[in-house]
Write a protein that binds this ligand. Structure first.
Ligand SMILES: C[S@@+](CC[C@H](N)C(=O)[O-])C[C@H]1O[C@@H](n2cnc3c(N)ncnc32)[C@H](O)[C@@H]1O
Length: 263
């Protein structure tokens, strides 16, 4: 499903990356936090950019001196990555079953993959297998709270409601339309159902909700300890690119970035 959607919409997705207003979260929240944790430690290190997409962050890793390779499940995105980064090697594969040998990498960087995976234990086991001892897994994920926080309108006024947190269900959302507003014409039960289960036409993403407890315990079970957990907010200078996104993400959690070490 994910593979197909990124194959179909991969070019639009990559095109969208050029517009700072449309990729506000990635550009001003996720990437700065990933950069903060990774930039100064990758020089001469063997690095895998797992779920590298079109290779934009892979290129940055390379520019910071990493000996980096990229992997993604989407053929369309890997074709773009190869065209735009001829010096970097890219692989098409599923992140939970990669072609790499055991203990290959010093660092595995993975931005915005984990919420695409239902069984994160399989993913974390695979990452652990590929990492050297004491290796680092640095990844960003949709904040578990943002997945259960839904924007509604009551008498034209925006409010937020919490929907159920303790589950591992899939939910869908639209990448190109991005933040849908659920109008408060229905009862709360309907809001929950539409927020967790329903989708809208277009680049409809299927993601899986993971609680903090699940993420942390699965990392531990796969041999990791968490060294750092960031809940990044946008900088003031980003406000001019998208006032609405800036206002929301300055007040409510949107993503988190975790640095975990294989012990
Ligand atoms: C939101 S994009 C992020 C791309 C890139 N990391 C970035 O920050 O620009 C999510 C990526 O995860 C990839 N992906 C999703 N499920 C995957 C899987 N099971 N194995 C490998 N890649 C996967 C998608 O193809 C897509 O490129």
């Amino acid at each position: 499903m994910t593979k197909n959607i990124y194959n179909k919409f991969g070019k639009d997705y990559h095109q969208q990356e050029k517009d700072p207003g449309k990729t506000f979260s990635k550009r001003f929240i996720v990437n700065p936090a990933m950069t903060f944790l990774i930039k100064d430690i990758v020089k001469n290190k063997k690095v895998l950019d797992l779920a590298c997409g079109a290779g934009v962050f892979t290129r940055k890793l390379s520019s910071w001196g990493a000996k980096v390779v990229g992997l993604d499940i989407s053929k369309t995105l890997i074709e773009i990555a190869r065209n735009e980064n001829s010096a970097i090697q890219f692989y098409i594969a599923d992140a939970i079953k990669t072609p790499f040998k055991n203990s290959q990498f010093d660092i595995i960087s993975s931005s915005l993959l984990v919420h695409y995976i239902k069984n994160i234990k399989l993913l974390f086991n695979e990452v652990s297998r590929m990492l050297k001892k004491r290796g680092l897994f640095i990844f960003s994920i949709r904040h578990p709270m943002t997945e259960v926080l839904k924007k509604i309108e009551i008498n034209d006024k925006r409010e937020y409601v919490l929907i159920p947190y303790f589950h591992n269900k899939k939910y869908t959302w639209n990448m190109l339309k991005r933040f849908e507003t659920i109008s408060y014409k229905c009862d709360l039960k309907k809001i929950m159902n539409s927020a967790v289960e329903d989708g809208i036409k277009g680049m409809e993403m299927v993601n899986y909700h993971h609680t903090f407890g699940n993420i942390i315990n699965c990392l531990n079970d796969s041999g990791f300890v968490i060294e750092r957990l960031l809940e990044p907010k946008p900088s003031k200078r980003s406000e001019k690119y998208n006032k609405k996104d800036y206002s929301r993400t300055s007040k409510y959690p949107s993503f988190c970035v975790i640095k975990a070490r294989k012990i």
